[in-house]
Design a protein around this ligand. Structure first.
Ligand SMILES: [Zn+2]
Length: 223
């Protein structure tokens, strides 16, 4: 599969596979990835970037520590990318690596996070302003990223909820239903044009808002 252009300077660079999440690329002369998937999808990511004349990622923003979003981070870092994450996600990536993939510990490598952020931090990197919004629940460090790209407000939500309206998986070691509810209500207040989830289809404002409401309803019934 080739990378799919979503907007000028925004791409679904690798669609989710059975073991890897949706990977998005922002950029033109420099590239930012939102999540980086697993080592097996790294080749597809780099090939798709090259075919779009986008350079190797300068920065990898990680929405949360789960392996399908972060396992390739050490490999990208080895080739020069800098890793950006909420400080609680950084703790998991750097030392509490059992949180990344508890069922397959030998596959997990620790990675040093270059930029550790907090809630509402505005990152100005590679010519883009990206706001981190801490949305714990699915994991303690789970975060959304908000960036204006080609005049559209793009909200990257990781595993906050699935486009079916189901809320992200509850099996995580640091899952918290209470925090999840707060995070969904916090994101409901965010003005966005496009919602880009870690799994499933990209949603416009209307569909995204509807799914968010369904997810809030589904809090009583997590996956
Ligand atoms: Zn997850």
């Amino acid at each position: 599969m080739k990378g799919e252009k979503l907007l000028e300077n925004l791409y679904l660079i690798c669609k989710e596979t059975e073991k890897s999440c949706n990977i998005y690329a922002i950029g033109k002369t420099e590239t930012i990835l939102i999540d980086c998937g697993i080592p097996e999808t790294m080749e597809a990511v780099t090939k798709n970037l090259a075919s779009l004349h986008l350079p190797f990622p300068s920065y990898i923003f990680i929405t949360h520590c789960h392996f399908d979003h972060s396992l390739a981070a050490p490999d990208f870092k080895e080739k020069g990318s800098k890793i950006v994450a909420h400080y609680k996600t950084a703790e998991a990536l750097e030392k509490d690596t059992y949180k990344i993939w508890p069922e397959n510990l030998p596959a997990v490598k620790a990675v040093k996070v270059d930029i550790k952020t907090r809630d509402n931090c505005l990152l100005n990197l590679s010519g883009y302003e990206v706001r981190l919004i801490h949305t714990p629940g699915h994991t303690a460090g789970a975060s959304c990223f908000l960036a204006e790209i080609s005049g559209r407000k793009c909200l990257f939500t990781g595993d906050l909820f699935l486009p079916s309206g189901k809320i992200g998986w509850k099996g995580s070691i640091d899952f918290s239903l209470e925090e999840f509810g707060k995070s969904l209500r916090k994101i409901r207040e965010i003005d966005f044009d496009i919602l880009l989830p870690g799994h499933g289809d990209i949603l416009d404002k209307e569909k995204g808002s509807k799914c968010l409401e369904i997810a809030i309803e589904n809090l009583k019934n997590p996956l």
